[in-house]
Design a protein around this ligand. Structure first.
Ligand code: NI
Length: 169
């Protein structure tokens, strides 16, 4: 296993779309293992999407574990939201967007149903609400080339982009 570099906004690679996985073969299993290793080696990390890591041609995979003991790993391959309802507006941060300094409230669905493959390649449907639902929507956005900044009003986004310019100096 190997730790992989987490891309940092405004890296153009964050706009990549995750490649659909057809077969969960050894290559995909290795990528998943590397993603978990990177996740657990990164402080305050709740989840990672393959497209925010410095992979060549990243697949559509996200790994999630925000349990205190770091013992509830979840892996979603080709995740897709097939149902959403309700509304929540909570603070989000992102490992690719200055996680120690920048958080902003983002409007999301309160409940989602996600269709995906698990790490064994089995088709699953996963129902989530609250924090887990927020997390899945954030990660699926990454796999579509979006960060949470893309979900903000132009005014809020400009304010954050300005803050990032100052941090980068
Ligand atoms: Ni993120």
């Amino acid at each position: 296993m190997a730790k992989v570099r987490i891309l940092s906004y405004p890296d153009i690679k964050l706009k990549r779309v995750g490649k659909k996985v057809n077969v969960v073969d050894d290559e995909i299993k290795k990528i998943i293992a590397d993603m978990f290793e990177t996740h657990y080696a990164t402080e305050n990390c709740a989840a990672l999407a393959a497209t925010q890591l410095d992979f060549v041609d990243p697949p559509a995979i996200t790994v999630i574990d925000f349990s205190e003991e770091k013992n509830k790993p979840l892996c979603f391959i080709n995740p897709e939201i097939i149902h959403s309802e309700g509304e929540q507006t909570e603070y989000e941060g992102c490992m690719s967007v200055y996680p120690d300094h920048i958080h902003e409230k983002v409007k999301r669905a309160e409940r989602v149903t996600v269709k995906a493959l698990n790490e064994k390649g089995e088709a699953i449907e996963f129902v989530a609400e609250g924090y887990m639902a927020k997390c899945l929507q954030h990660e699926i956005d990454h796999l579509n080339g979006l960060t949470y900044l893309d979900r903000l009003s132009p005014l809020k986004r400009e304010r954050i982009v300005e803050k990032i310019r100052r941090l980068r100096k």
